[in-house]
Every structure is written in C-alpha cells, then in structure tokens.
Design a binder for this molecule. Structure first.
Ligand SMILES: [Mn+2]
Length: 348
C-alpha cells in the first residue's frame, strides 16, 4: 500500500477549540495526545504534587504515555514522594523538550513553572488545570475555577471523564491535596467532605497518610522553632486595625528544615484572630518568600498579586528581594490599601 498523507491528528481525536474547557474537553485532549507531560508549580505542595500524579496516573491507565515533573531550582521534597509509588515524577532535565500535551496543575502563572517555563511555547497543546483567583490566563486551554478549594477536585472530575477507577494510588494523591488545601476540611464545604469520604472508602488512611506527608521532624527542629517564634511580632494597628502577625526565617534555617518551616504559618495564624499572618522565609540568599494567611478579608490574593505573587483570598504568596524590612514595608502598604479598597466598595 502506498503511504498516504499523515493524518494531522491521531485517530479518534476531536479538535477541542482553544479557551475554557470542561472535564470532558480535557479528557478529549488527553486521549488524543501522543504523550502527556504534567507539571505542577515549583516547590510543590501536596495539591500540586497530588493533582499532577493523580492526573498522570489516570492518563497512563487510558493508554497514553505520561510523566510528571516540577521545575527547579529546588528539588521535590522527599516527603511528597510517598504520593508517587509508581515513579512517575522525573527530574526536570529528563522531560520531553517538545511535549505533545503539556498540563499545568495548580499553576497560576508561567513563572511558577520555574526552569520548565519555556516548555509552554514548545508544546502543541498547553492546558492549565487550576483554582487560583490570580490565574493569569496562559495556556491554549484551561479548566480554572477559583471557587474550587483544591486543584485535586478538578482532577477528580477529569479522572471520572477518562473513565478511570479511583484506586489507592489515585485516592492517596487526591486526598493529600484535598486535605492540605482545605486546611484539614476547615473550608471547602460539603463537596470537599464528600470527596474525602469517597477517598477514605477507596482505602485512604488519613492519619497514616498525613504522618507520611509531614515526615518525622528531628529534635533539632524544636530549638529552631523556638527561635523563630521568639522572633515573631504582632502589629495590632496593621491591616486597618485587624492586626498583622509575622515571623521571618533565615536561609540557613530554611535549608536545614525545609519541610518543617511551612508549618510555622499555622502557629502564626492561630494567634492572628481576624488579622493576617505572614511567614517570611529566605528561600535563597537575599530572596524572601512571604506566605500570607488570613480570613479572606482583606483579599490576600489581590494583595499578593499587586506585589508580584498570587494565590487565594485566604492564602497567598509572594517572592521579593530583601531585606525583611523592605518586604514588610511593601506588605503593610498593600494590606492597608486593600482594606481601603474593600471599605470603599462596601460603602458603595
Ligand atoms: Mn492548590
């Protein structure tokens, strides 16, 4: 038989127009792919890792090759590897340079892909699956819902659209992101609790899983934590009188206790009342990452976006050059400005 023209798209593949897509549209794109590369944001948390691994696992079970990676500079925390028993996560220098379909999970803007950002332009299709209010509108296709409490909830829908059953591997990956991004089901409502129940029915042991994810802290962390908390400050007049509680962590401590440092936010938040908690950590010499937590009023996503970061109304982040006093000055100014904006809006 004489060779015919090469079909533009694989058999069974329907073109999905660029722009917003629902879970069925995503499933269509994934089934039609010759290969899928799933990325999560740099310095992944359990929602980025869990949604990326769960999605890639489901894609593989649909018969399409898939791998997961996270851009540098930092490596994936060892504790998150428990969510990847099949070894789908590859190093950033091992990913295909021209992926057919690139999926970005829990990624609100291109720089959040770190060293892998250039792949966005190299891929035939770039699909964003995300729930950040600060999503900047990149990618050829997107399933983005700011009101959904965790990216894994969107991935659960895609898994269903692919017709893949939720086994223990998928359930653990989904549960980890769900639990983390809902603050242990404090928010997220009945839908989050229903999905949590489904995943426990599928075999997740929450206590065991959360212990694996938090890892075992060394005894030395107790002294480091005491030092960090002793340096915490409360500014009752900030945030329009709601108050700001903050603490900073230097690069040496961040390097030594990377996974433990994130837990400091919880301690600060517990004392912030209706105000805002800010954990300011030196992620590389002179470069500071600020993790903001609050009630959603004022909208921390808006504050972080104006400072060059992003996130959700109640949890957001931003990276800025130091010193800490400069980071704080900018933060105080934008928090006060956001309170003014929201007060003016309320006054009509
Ligand atoms: Mn998330």
């Amino acid at each position: 038989m004489a060779p015919g023209p090469v079909p533009a798209t694989p058999p069974g593949h329907r073109d999905v127009p660029p722009g917003p897509v629902d879970a069925d549209g995503v499933a269509e794109l994934l089934r039609g792919a010759s290969g899928v590369l799933v990325l999560g944001h740099i310095r992944p948390d359990a929602d980025a890792m869990g949604s990326a691994v769960a999605l890639a696992t489901a894609v593989r079970r649909s018969g399409v090759p898939a791998v997961v990676s996270f851009g540098g500079p930092d490596p994936v925390p060892e504790t998150l590897r428990t969510l990847d028993p099949d070894g789908l996560v590859v190093e950033p220098d091992e990913v295909p340079q021209r992926p057919d379909v690139l999926v970005c999970c829990d990624v609100s803007s291109p720089p959040r892909l770190g060293s892998l950002t250039p792949l966005l332009d190299a891929a035939r299709v770039s699909l964003v699956v995300d729930h950040h209010a600060s999503y900047t509108g990149f990618g050829t296709h997107h399933l983005v819902e700011p009101q959904t409490p965790a990216t894994v909830m969107l991935v659960r829908r895609i898994v269903a659209a692919l017709g893949v059953e939720v086994d223990l591997t998928l359930a653990r990956a989904l549960f980890a992101g769900l639990y983390t991004d809902t603050g242990g089901f404090r928010f997220g409502g009945a839908d989050a609790l229903r999905l949590g129940a489904e995943l426990v029915d599928a075999g997740v042991e929450p206590r065991e899983l959360m212990r694996e994810l938090s890892g075992a802290s060394s005894f030395a962390w107790l002294a480091a934590l005491a030092t960090i908390l002793a340096g915490a400050r409360r500014e009752p007049d900030a945030v329009g009188g709601a108050g700001l509680v903050w603490a900073s962590v230097d690069a040496a401590t961040v390097d030594r206790f990377r996974s433990e440092v994130a837990s400091v936010s919880g301690h600060l938040m517990a004392t912030a009342g209706d105000g805002v908690a800010a954990l300011i950590s030196e992620i590389s010499p002179g470069e500071w990452s600020t993790s903001l937590r609050g009630t959603g009023v004022p909208d921390l996503s808006a504050v972080a976006t104006r400072l060059g970061g992003g996130g959700h109304p109640g949890a957001a982040g931003v990276e800025r050059p130091g010193p800490v006093s400069d980071v704080l000055d900018a933060l105080r100014t934008e928090l006060a400005a956001q309170v003014d904006i929201e007060n003016a809006r309320a006054a009509g």
